[in-house]
Design a protein around this ligand. Structure first.
Ligand code: FAD
Ligand code: AMP
Length: 473
């Protein structure tokens, strides 16, 4: 029986990063993964590379280009003739980016001498992992491990009364592969994924109706930011209905009929395609967790402590399959932490400074506490804000929608949260993460020189505004 120091189950951003770091630290490492890519062949990178972060950003980028040409070029004095869309080319570009990256991860495995065991991994007693080869090619192989890291990720949440037919009614993976723009698109769920995919197809010309169960829009974001974003997304044409309860959805040859209720009563909506984007659930199917008494909590997550240790000695779990936000970078950092702790280091992940990004346009990004969190905690705080319309660079770019908000402790001035709705928010948030990681005060951020003209000056001005010293507001 082949033996490894570490066997990682799951080759997404949590698992493959853990495997690379283990190998870098001198441990013999195998990575078990069963994902079959769009080409029908095994592909590393998990949800993120194959059907998540990367393909969605590729399509968001393409659709942003189209939207700019259609709606934004004229005011720059750039005249365009008739423009046309070629969706298969757009989807093909996305697929090429995905395959470049998944092959890149395969190359990294080879370079780091990580053995890729292609198949379905199962936990077995005595620190063994059984691997059922992909596509029924051969018998189950069993491997011995000193340590096991589980990184089996997550899967789309389904609704009991709606079946995904992968044709008219799709999950997020299906919505990344439409071959034409649906005239009318329904999206259930106004979360991160629903808004991103709704934005893609909306910009490409679909009439988009979003049905969200909660009364609050983006309840996990800061309320002031969510309010500004809702106003802007509605202006862009997303028809967002809050406080709705979808009763059923049925597909036929021409489209989908969706029945839902809200405070005003029952409604019927007819759409060409329906995307179900109501969140994701941890994936432990077929792992044989029960067989080795691995503790899974009532929500389906593998229970871990702050260092990723499960209740079974020498077995760890990381990424979407454990508590915390389902974000690729969170899983990757947990992977590095577990690998380094196996090598005797004292690495930890600060879960309080994990940045969130929603890649709409403008983007939404934040780190730390919202005003609502702090009110609930009864903590006294001071806020500074700065509108994008007062930023010279944002004005030059004609991207004046949004704001930056810095929240600091009222007594110590420590930054507790930074919230951005605006152009390049996904990049700007990194400065806030660094500041918070070093427990910087709003004053510290206010004292740092920011290049002019850049959108980052809005972060600077919001920090100054905490003490009512903003210059351009
Ligand atoms: P996964 O990426 O889900 O990987 C798990 C892997 O394990 C898969 O390959 C799976 O096949 C394999 N596996 C599972 N069980 C077994 C088994 N028993 N044996 C063998 N293999 C197994 N996050 C961001 O941070 N930024 C974004 O912009 C972003 N955009 C997203 C857009 C969409 C449309 C979606 C769906 C998700 C997005 N996410 C984004 C979330 C991100 O994809 C996940 O947080 C991330 O992929 C989780 O990584 P993971 O390694 O824990 O799991
Ligand atoms: P996220 O977890 O960011 O992908 O967001 C999923 C969104 O779907 C959240 O805003 C949920 O409130 C929403 N949601 C969950 N279940 C339903 C449902 N049955 N109908 C409409 N929206 C839902």
């Amino acid at each position: 029986m082949d033996a490894y120091d570490v066997i990682v189950i799951g080759g997404g951003p949590a698992g493959y990063v853990a495997a690379i770091r283990c190998a870098q630290l001198g441990m013999s490492t195998a990575l078990v993964d069963e994902y079959i890519g769009k080409s029908g062949k095994p592909a590393l990178g998990g949800t993120c590379l194959n059907a998540g972060c990367i393909p969605s950003k590729a399509l968001l980028d393409s659709s942003e280009h189209y939207d700019r040409v259609r709606n934004k070029y004229a005011s720059h004095g750039i005249k365009t003739a008739e423009i046309d869309l070629d969706i298969p080319t757009m989807i093909g570009r996305k697929d090429k980016i995905v395959s470049t990256l998944t092959k890149g991860v395969e190359g990294l495995m080879k370079k780091n001498k990580v053995t890729w065991l292609k198949g379905h991994g199962q936990l077995e007693a005595g620190m063994k992992v059984g691997v059922i080869p992909t596509g029924g090619k051969g018998d189950k192989q069993v491997y011995q491990a000193k340590h096991i890291i589980i990184a089996t990720g997550s899967a789309p949440r389904t609704l009991a009364n709606i079946s995904i037919d992968h044709e008219r009614i799709v999950d997020s993976t299906g919505a990344l592969d439409f071959q034409e723009v649906p005239a009318k698109l329904g999206v259930i769920g106004a979360g991160v994924i629903g808004l991103e995919l709704g934005s893609v197809w909306g910009r490409l010309g679909a009439e988009v109706v979003v049905l969200e169960a909660m009364d609050d829009f983006l309840a996990m974001a800061d309320g002031e930011i969510a309010k500004a974003a809702l106003k802007e997304f509605k202006r862009q044409g997303l028809d967002i209905h809050l406080g709705t309860r979808v009763k059923k959805a049925e597909a036929d040859a021409d489209g989908v009929t969706v029945e839902y209720e809200d405070a005003k009563g029952g409604h019927t909506l007819r759409v060409d395609k329906l995307v179900v984007a109501v969140g994701r659930v941890p994936h432990t199917e077929g792992l044989n967790a029960n067989g080795i008494d691995l503790f899974i909590d009532e929500s389906g997550y593998i229970h871990v402590d702050e260092f990723g240790s499960t209740n079974v000695p020498d077995i760890y779990a990381i990424g979407d399959v454990v508590r915390g936000p389902m974000l690729a970078h969170k899983g990757s950092e947990e992977g590095v932490m577990v690998a380094e702790r196996l090598a005797g280091k004292k690495t930890r992940v600060n879960h309080d400074t994990i940045p969130w990004v929603i890649y709409t346009w403008p983007e939404i990004a934040w780190v730390g506490k919202t005003e609502e969190d702090l009110k609930q905690e009864g903590r006294s705080y001071a806020c500074g804000t700065f509108p994008m319309r007062a930023s010279g660079r944002a004005l030059a770019m004609e991207e004046t929608v949004g704001l930056v908000k810095v929240i600091a402790d009222a007594e110590t001035d420590e930054i507790l949260g930074v919230h951005i709705f605006g152009a390049a928010a996904s990049e700007l948030i990194a400065e806030a993460v660094v500041a918070m990681e070093y427990q910087a005060s709003a004053e510290d951020l206010a004292c740092i020189v920011h290049a002019h003209p850049t959108v980052s000056e809005a972060v600077h001005e919001a920090a100054l505004d905490v003490h009512r010293r903003a210059i351009h507001k």
